[in-house]
Design a protein around this ligand. Structure first.
Ligand SMILES: [Zn+2]
Length: 445
């Protein structure tokens, strides 16, 4: 038992002079003193004599998951025989000014690495305040500027934290090969992106060979200007997303005109996945109440496509593009693309107007996406989606998050394995200027 406790406390049992465990309804307390070690004087190096113990100091040390645990540590005091000064012995649990053990700080930092935990969740699981968690986070992590990768992905994320009123997106920079987050900028504006790249030496910028972006013009302009050796490709995921928006509009325009509860309404509303998603169609027929007979998904899809010529043509065009997107190669993609472009153009479906403009404006970058010299094209899409998805989840669970500096630090810390933390005695807060600061003393109680 004794050994078990000294392990929990991370001290050697030979060092322990006295140890009492007190179990109260509210918490478990470890009252502890250690044998004096008689170190040499930290001021003059002289020999010392013991002066007894300090008053007990309470340290949060949450070693048990189901209840609050504290260490009450009475440190040794020493008197120097040479210079006459007094001082305390080594505190094995934490820094002399801290009320939480190093063990607790370390656990907090590990939890902060996981974006599924909010500051509140971490605070509660360690019996400390949110402000304290944030203070440790602000103090123990320094994000260096991470070098530009060979294959850079630029994406954006919608957020209230975006810098300007007219720009509601943050820019997200990822390493397509190492699958990590490089940086987050407070806006995706041309000036913000330029400012970011201007600070980076030209030699480093020349190393970037491949950039994937979505169809936001400033990305293209800035990459052309600052990354002289890069091939710019649009992320196929975004092109397909744009295509699907056009196609959905065809369906919705018909839906909005038909009578509620009509057969057309039923098909377009209930079974929209059969034309908008990749669904297995040849299932065993199932009895359909509405039609009074057994139908499989292919039967239903056929009924949907019979609703309107525009919808049917739009569906064929959409499938044509998806097939191209999946199968085209660097050698055949240009000719294939031109054929599809003509087909879209001559369809006369106005819901595709915006997509047709995209195809025309971004042809070069769409074709470049088939080059994928450094990575599997599908994998790199999955990556940017994955990082973006994690950022979105984090924004969603951290309701009301508004401190960009802290947000940026947290997500880079979590999504870049090269960023570490180091626990130090110096604390500082990234809390924004102009907002009331809560005294740190208060939270230590
Ligand atoms: Zn001394």
């Amino acid at each position: 038992m004794f050994n078990f406790i000294t392990n929990l406390l991370n001290i050697n049992e030979n060092e322990v002079e006295d140890l009492k465990v007190v179990s109260l309804p509210s918490e478990t307390q470890f009252h502890i003193t250690l044998f004096p070690t008689f170190p040499s004087c930290p001021y003059c190096g002289g020999t010392v004599q013991g002066l007894g113990h300090t008053k007990p100091k309470r340290i949060n040390h949450p070693v048990l998951t189901d209840r609050k645990t504290s260490v009450y540590f009475r440190n040794n005091r020493y008197l120097c025989n040479d210079c006459g000064r007094t001082f305390s012995g080594k505190n094995p649990f934490t820094f002399s000014t801290f009320k939480n053990s190093i063990f607790l700080l370390d656990r907090v930092m590990k939890q902060l690495k996981n974006l599924n935990y909010t500051y509140l969740m971490i605070a509660q699981s360690n019996h400390i305040s949110v402000t304290q968690v944030q203070l440790y986070f602000d103090s123990f992590i320094n994000i260096p500027r991470i070098s530009l990768p060979v294959s850079l992905g630029i994406d954006e994320i919608h957020s209230r934290m975006a810098k300007r009123k007219d720009a509601s997106y943050l820019a997200v920079l990822v390493d397509n090969l190492n699958r990590s987050l490089i940086d987050v900028l407070p806006s995706r504006s041309k000036s913000e992106l330029s400012r970011y790249f201007e600070r980076i030496p030209l030699d480093e910028r020349k190393q970037v060979r491949y950039v994937t972006i979505d169809m936001w013009l400033p990305y293209k302009e800035v990459c052309k200007k600052y990354l002289p050796n890069c091939i710019i490709a649009v992320d196929p995921f975004h092109v397909v997303k744009h295509l699907m928006e056009g196609f959905s509009r065809i369906r919705l325009n018909i839906l909005n005109q038909c009578e509620y509860d009509s057969t057309t309404y039923y098909l377009l509303k209930t079974w929209k996945d059969l034309i908008e998603k990749d669904v297995f169609l040849d299932n065993e027929p199932v009895y359909n109440k509405r039609f009074g007979r057994k139908l499989n998904k292919r039967d239903l899809q056929e009924m949907i496509l019979n609703i309107s010529e525009n919808l049917c043509l739009g569906f064929r065009l959409k499938e044509m593009y998806l097939h191209f997107n999946k199968e085209a190669t660097p050698d055949n993609c240009e000719q294939w693309f031109d054929t599809i472009y003509e087909a879209f153009l001559s369809s006369g479906i106005h819901e595709f107007d915006s997509f047709i403009t995209t195809m025309s404006n971004w042809k070069k970058e769409i074709l470049n996406s088939f080059q994928h010299p450094y990575d599997d094209r599908k994998l790199s899409n999955a990556l940017s989606e994955n990082i973006n998805g994690q950022l979105q989840t984090y924004i969603a669970i951290s309701k009301g998050i508004s401190n960009f500096v802290r947000f940026r630090k947290r997500v880079i810390f979590s999504l870049n394995s090269k960023v570490y933390y180091s626990i130090t005695e110096t604390l500082h807060s990234d809390k924004r200027e102009g907002r009331s600061r809560i005294s740190h003393k208060k939270q230590n109680t």
